[in-house]
Design a protein around this ligand. Structure first.
Ligand code: PMP
Length: 330
């Protein structure tokens, strides 16, 4: 499968480490069977340990998207009001639309080299909502939102007659989390994934962290088969040896700053980022000329691009092509 330089889906540019691939291989011959339920419990245990919470606070799901679907399909009703930031992760809109929910989007505010939440407006809208979702850091801007500030979490959790969902898909890059507040605010939920910093996107392993009661309800509908056997083995092996993630985060962080500098040198307006992608403001069409060179990036909104951080070589190739495209467009 040669699909060029993929900088459009916020994947890790690094393959899973060999020790995970070797472990997965040992189980491939069991592909004809349903996986043993004990794997679900083992994964829960390890996810709990990783976050210093209890297994009863964890609901393992097929990717972070599986965690989002669990919330959208089980915890809210058709017609309920949902509040999100604009922009934010594109699937929130999709799930809200499929479920027939009333969606309110609160615009982020551009603030020098970052974007920030319009917290007053968001809080006001949250008052009659059943669900508010904040991706923190935000996708596609890469900016921090609540940054785990307890005052703001409390204000939201106490004002809403429903759930506050913090999507921490990029937690390993940002380094902050609201996980320690989970038992203090029973309507607080957290989405996590092994798709990003753990380099396991195709294995589809994610989870929801939440209060015991909510998780218990969700677990009633869970089967041990939602996550594939390779997914379980990869997830369990990764969380038994999570130190490899540190190296990935270090490398991505270094490449991100290198990418941002390179983009600035090309005269592009860029924003700082706490994630594995960067947000760029530009009116020109960069998408198709880059695709012609075999490089995929994303245009989440008109006038803005989101570029995932690749390997040093990928970043160099992107900067070279972008330089040529910009020179030709002048
Ligand atoms: N939340 C956010 C904010 C994301 O950016 C993504 C993926 N791009 C996800 C959740 C879901 O990722 P996955 O299903 O691969 O875990």
């Amino acid at each position: 499968m040669n699909d060029g330089i993929r900088l459009h889906l916020n994947e890790s540019p690094f393959p899973p480490p060999d020790f995970i691939i070797e472990e997965v291989k040992k189980y491939l011959h069991l592909g004809n069977r349903y996986q043993h339920p004990s794997l679900l419990e083992r994964l829960r245990e390890l996810m709990a340990e990783y976050n210093r919470v209890e297994p009863k606070n964890i609901y393992p799901t097929p990717g972070g998207d599986g965690a989002l679907r669990a919330v959208f399909y089980n915890l809210i009703q058709t017609g309920d009001k949902v509040v999100i930031n604009n922009p934010s992760y594109s699937m929130y809109k999709v799930y809200a639309s499929v479920r027939g929910l009333k969606l309110t989007r609160v615009n982020l505010i551009e603030n020098d080299n970052w974007w920030k939440m319009n917290f007053e407006k968001f809080l006001d809208e949250a008052k009659n909502a059943r669900l508010v979702i904040i991706d923190d850091p935000n996708n596609p801007t890469g900016s921090p939102m609540l940054k785990a500030e307890e005052d703001k979490v409390r204000a939201l959790a106490e004002s809403i007659n429903g759930f506050i969902l913090i999507d921490e898909a990029y937690y390993e890059f940002s380094g902050y989390t609201v996980a320690k507040l989970i038992n203090k605010y029973p309507n607080l939920l957290i989405v996590r994934t092994l798709s990003k910093a753990f380099s396991l996107a195709s294995y589809r392993v994610g989870y929801l962290i939440g209060n015991e009661e909510v998780i218990k309800n969700l677990m009633k509908g869970a089967t041990p088969f939602d996550i594939s056997l390779p997914g379980y083995i990869a997830g369990i092996t990764a969380l038994e040896n999570p130190s490899y993630v540190r190296k990935i985060v270090e490398e991505i962080t270094k490449n991100r700053e290198y990418l941002l500098n390179g983009l600035r040198k090309l005269g592009l307006k860029v924003y700082n980022s706490l994630t594995n992608f960067v947000f760029v403001k530009d009116e020109r069409d960069l998408l198709s000329p880059l695709l012609n060179k075999g490089v995929a990036i994303r245009k989440p909104i008109i006038g803005y691009y989101r570029i995932s951080v690749g390997t040093k070589e990928q970043v160099d190739a992107l900067l070279k092509y972008l330089g040529e495209i910009i020179e030709n467009s002048n």
